[in-house]
Ligand binder design. Structure first.
Ligand code: PLP
Length: 468
């Protein structure tokens, strides 16, 4: 492909994107492909001779698109959103064209300095004090891994990178029984071991960690010769949106000298609206906070905002400075590769710049507020319906419900979820709450409208009627 052809196909791709997005409501939200449909449609070996872009694009439509689940569909109510606002798509397009690798300041000063400034904009946006510095990680999982590595190093006087862990008492890290599996995985990868991740029971409507039980676990561990290293809290955990009481946890961590990390991967975006910040009161006392603009803010995957009260602790844990990575003459530059596990870095700040400028913070706030308002209204409509019960009330735009029935109600609800997703009008998922299977509803697709919530009500009640 030469650059003239690139320009022509680039324009066609933009037109295709406009058509795709404007007609998304006509497509089933979850892919209706069967297992191996795509695999079987793809030749077993790569072509020896060049093929035309026209053929490749035709196959993209015919082979790939049927196997795509439409995360940008306005009636995507499953998991958490993974939005791609048009301004963000354009920024990513430009980034792919220039394709810089931004590991060091000198490998693209604009990328580093844009990242510093965008993290300041975001920090102000979500109301964190200016004592926090920010870095963009690829995912919340990576930010949590980085935080766990800091907990590990700090607890053993910065010696485990060199000596390994066998010289020290087993470390202990504490979290609630509601946290995302990225916390478990970070513990595995850091070599701490699942048995040393202590899951504290939760209670109340927010399913917050029981702080008396947390303190008791730390005391018991110290008495038994373990080495407590850190606490990981959640604001808006994945299942039903559990939120820990951050001040209670900070009281304990400050007393015990433990490093604290907050996983607000989904809910963090809503903190751009000041009225929701009561959910994470005390956040300024945490050492590390992550949220994903790639979920609800409109900056497409991947983009995880990681804020730190003391970036030196992270650098002390992760920085390696061989001669070939040094920037001579400017010793005080920020090299963000020292703040993250991978060395190589994409230019992720550009899409934040495009999104925050093109929508304005007020434009972004009004979207979040609408999603929450419409989601609450749908919850209340289903609450009035005889066939359903609300199991957990909305936390921001996330709530869970269940179809009533006799006999195996878990199976009934799974069948309902499957039937709804096979129908394609909307997409939802299931989870367990207190041991019972429930249906999980969240709203946050960037372009959804009130009519999409009416469509959700109609789809749920229409399909459930077949089971009653
Ligand atoms: N934390 C929470 C609460 C999540 O819901 C998720 C994913 O949905 C993650 C962490 C992991 O996010 P990522 O895919 O950015 O690693």
């Amino acid at each position: 492909m030469n650059w003239d052809e690139f320009a022509a196909w680039g324009a066609k791709a933009a037109d295709w994107g406009k058509e795709y997005h404007q007609n998304l409501r006509d497509r089933p939200v979850r892919s209706q492909a069967k297992l191996n449909d795509t695999l079987n449609a793809l030749p077993k070996t790569a072509p020896e001779d060049a093929e035309t872009m026209a053929d490749i694009m035709a196959d993209f439509e015919n082979i790939v698109m049927p196997g795509i689940t439409h995360w940008q569909h306005p009636r995507f109510f499953a998991y958490f959103p993974s939005n791609a606002a048009p301004a963000s798509i354009l920024a990513e397009f430009l980034t792919s064209i220039v394709a810089p690798q931004c590991m060091l300041w000198q490998t693209s000063p604009a990328a580093t300095e844009m990242e510093i400034r965008m993290m300041q904009w975001l920090r102000q946006g979500i109301g964190l004090p200016d004592t926090f510095s920010g870095v963009i990680q690829d995912s919340a999982s990576s930010a949590t891994l980085a935080a766990v590595l800091v907990m590990r190093e700090r607890a053993v006087n910065w010696e485990s990178n060199v000596k390994g862990l066998s010289h020290f008492a087993p470390l202990r890290i504490y979290c609630s029984d509601q946290v995302h599996t990225s916390i478990d995985r970070a513990i595995w990868v850091a070599g701490i071991g699942q048995d040393n991740l202590v899951k504290i029971p939760t209670s109340g409507p927010m399913k917050a960690m029981d702080s008396a039980a947390l303190q008791a676990a730390i005391d018991a561990d110290r008495a038994a010769g373990y080495l407590p290293a850190g606490i990981i809290a959640a604001t808006g955990a994945t299942g039903m949106g559990a939120c820990d009481n951050l001040n209670e946890i900070a009281d304990i961590s400050e007393r015990e000298g433990l490093y604290t990390h907050l996983d607000a991967a989904w809910a963090g975006t809503a903190m751009i609206c000041p009225e929701f910040r009561t959910m994470w009161e005390g956040v300024e006392r945490f050492d590390s906070v992550v949220f994903n603009p790639h979920k609800w803010l409109g900056a497409q995957f991947d983009c995880a905002a990681h804020f730190l009260r003391d970036p030196d602790a992270l650098r002390q844990t992760l920085a390696i400075r061989p001669e070939y990575l040094r920037t001579h003459g400017t010793e005080d530059v920020t090299d963000f590769s020292e703040w993250s596990v991978p060395l190589g870095r994409r230019f992720r700040a550009l899409k934040l710049w495009f999104v925050m400028r093109n929508y304005g913070m007020e434009g972004l706030r009004s979207r979040i507020r609408n999603h929450i308002k419409w989601s609450h209204a749908l919850c209340n409509r289903l609450r009035q319906h005889d066939d359903f019960e609300i199991i957990t009330n909305p936390i921001l735009s996330l709530w869970t419900f269940r179809m009533k029935g006799a006999g195996d109600v878990d199976s009934l609800n799974q069948k309902l979820v499957d039937a709804i997703n096979d129908d394609g009008e909307i997409y939802i998922t299931q989870t367990f709450v207190d041991g019972q299977k429930v249906i999980r509803f969240q709203a946050g697709q960037f372009d959804c409208e009130e009519r999409d919530f009416d469509a959700a009500y109609d789809a749920i009640t229409r399909i459930a009627a077949k089971f009653s």
